[in-house]
Design a protein around this ligand. Structure first.
Ligand SMILES: NC(=O)c1ccc[n+]([C@@H]2O[C@H](COP(=O)([O-])OP(=O)(O)OC[C@H]3O[C@@H](n4cnc5c(N)ncnc54)[C@H](O)[C@@H]3O)[C@@H](O)[C@H]2O)c1
Length: 442
């Protein structure tokens, strides 16, 4: 290995997951089963992908772990917080994502993962009514209680490092407010003043993680670390942050499929995406204020791939009055399907001389099965980034995210194109491994 600048992955890595629901328990169960050799971590880039290093006659294709020091699955210890007190075994059974036969072999280990009390505010997710909740008078008290949890967990489990991953429900939409969210000092003052409108509980988790020296990953579309005050904290604490919103089903398809239209210079007049799901995530998203957060995240993908201002003839109108193709995203709560989401995409394109055509995509997916490998990769790669001395927003992790963070205050654009994101991911691994970044065709 050519590791020039990354600290080795020595000791245990504590992965503390906010939320012990469908995604979290599918992730944990899969890791515990895989390390017993009872399943395969399919879909995980850190476990399967091979990257080219070197060029011409010197080129080689290596798995990530032979280029950079990635923490081994055996060295992971899980912790969790949730509004509901059920342990990870009970929560996995409740979620009904996995069959009993795929949970039972690791039942003992899952039963030991008992959620700590959540930093929660019912106004941020009205449909949840669990009582495993911290009794804190202010947002600042929440931060302090969470910091104590992280310290205690780290010590009790003899962890060398911690990563905090948000896999909890989507909170209501918190628009970025310059007076509170731009400067760290303002954010801290608002936490101390218990400004419940601008400080979501998720911000308390993120703040606590960063000051305790742990990278923080936002798997839901919540604003949380996507504000300049948190970027400032990440710089100050020299910790990586990543977000937002796991790119699993429909948006993965969108960011992988839309380049076909763009690369061939075909036109787009409309893209309608709708889907049904019936898990607790779907229940929370049935609340309009929570759906708004998701909608903003899901809509952002196409606009940076098929740009009206770049190709007005192709992407500049949905009908005669519009300045852009029509783009709509819908999520419908439908309990019978549980975690097995079904998504439909109707794409209205046009070709030579403006003649219209249609494409239909029907994706019958499993939400948590798609999200679990992303959780693993985001945690392992954030831990790697921290050991490589990288801090602040980790743009190379955009590959895994629906609404990737970028510095919008400087007019920077998000990279949503799946293959451009993949190039960023590969180059970051190459660089951390002491090789040159490049864009040679593999
Ligand atoms: N599965 C996917 O494909 C996918 C894709 C993108 C994003 N997500 C996001 O991942 C998150 C988890 O999804 P899920 O299907 O596991 O949902 P889930 O409802 O099964 O689990 C979420 C858990 O978070 C808990 N929770 C809520 N607020 C909390 C808080 N403040 N502190 C601690 N725990 C809290 C809830 O009690 C619940 O048990 C959701 O926000 C979802 O939008 C999922």
């Amino acid at each position: 290995m050519n590791q020039s600048n990354v600290k080795p992955a020595e000791g245990k890595l504590g992965i503390m997951v906010v939320g012990c629901g469908a995604v979290a328990t599918t992730f944990m169960t899969g890791v515990l089963m895989a390390r017993k050799g009872l399943t395969k971590p399919v879909g995980s880039m850190t476990q399967y992908d091979k990257i080219r290093i070197g060029k011409g006659n010197d080129k080689k294709y290596l798995p990530y772990s032979e280029i950079v020091p990635i923490t081994k699955l055996e060295d992971i210890v899980f912790g969790s917080w949730d509004v509901y007190p059920q342990n990870a075994y009970q929560a996995a059974m409740y979620a009904e994502v996995l069959k009993e036969k795929d949970i039972e072999p690791v039942r003992d280990e899952l039963e030991k993962i008992v959620p700590m009390k959540a930093a929660f505010d019912k106004n941020y997710a009205k449909r949840l009514d669990g009582d495993n909740v911290k009794d804190c008078k202010t947002r600042w008290e929440m931060v302090e209680a969470l910091r104590e949890d992280i310290r205690n967990f780290k010590k009790a489990n003899n962890c060398a490092r911690i990563v905090v991953l948000w896999a909890a429900s989507t909170e209501i939409y918190v628009p970025v407010c310059e007076e509170v969210h731009y400067k760290l000092s303002d954010l801290e003052a608002a936490m101390k003043a218990d400004d419940r409108e601008h400080i979501a509980p998720s911000m308390c988790y993120a703040y606590a993680a960063l000051v305790e020296g742990a990278p923080f990953i936002m798997g839901a579309p919540n604003t949380t670390v996507d504000i300049p005050a948190m970027w400032e904290l990440a710089e100050k604490t020299k910790m990586p942050i990543a977000g937002k919103d796991f790119k699993t089903g429909q948006t993965l398809v969108k960011s992988g499929f839309s380049p076909i239209i763009g690369t061939r210079c075909l036109g787009l007049s409309g893209w309608f995406s709708t889907n049904i799901l019936g898990n607790r995530d779907g229940l929370v998203l049935d609340e309009p204020a929570n759906f708004r957060t998701k909608e903003v995240s899901k809509l952002s993908t196409l606009e940076t791939i098929l740009k009206p201002e770049w190709q007005p003839d192709l992407y500049g109108h949905g009908n005669d009055e519009d300045t852009q193709y029509y783009h709509k995203v819908r999520i419908n709560y439908y309990p019978p399907r549980n975690d097995n989401k079904e998504g439909w995409d109707n794409i209205d394109i046009f070709g030579w001389m403006g003649y219209p055509m249609q494409i239909k995509i029907n994706f019958l997916c499993r939400d948590s099965i798609l999200a679990a490998p992303l959780c693993l990769d985001l945690c392992l790669l954030s831990d790697l980034a921290a050991r490589a001395g990288r801090y602040g927003t980790q743009r190379f992790l955009s590959f895994f995210l629906k609404s990737p963070m970028h510095d919008y205050t400087q007019g920077e654009e998000a990279v949503n194109h799946l293959y451009q994101q993949y190039t960023m991911l590969k180059n970051a691994i190459r660089e951390m491994g002491g090789y040159e970044a490049d864009e040679e065709i593999d």
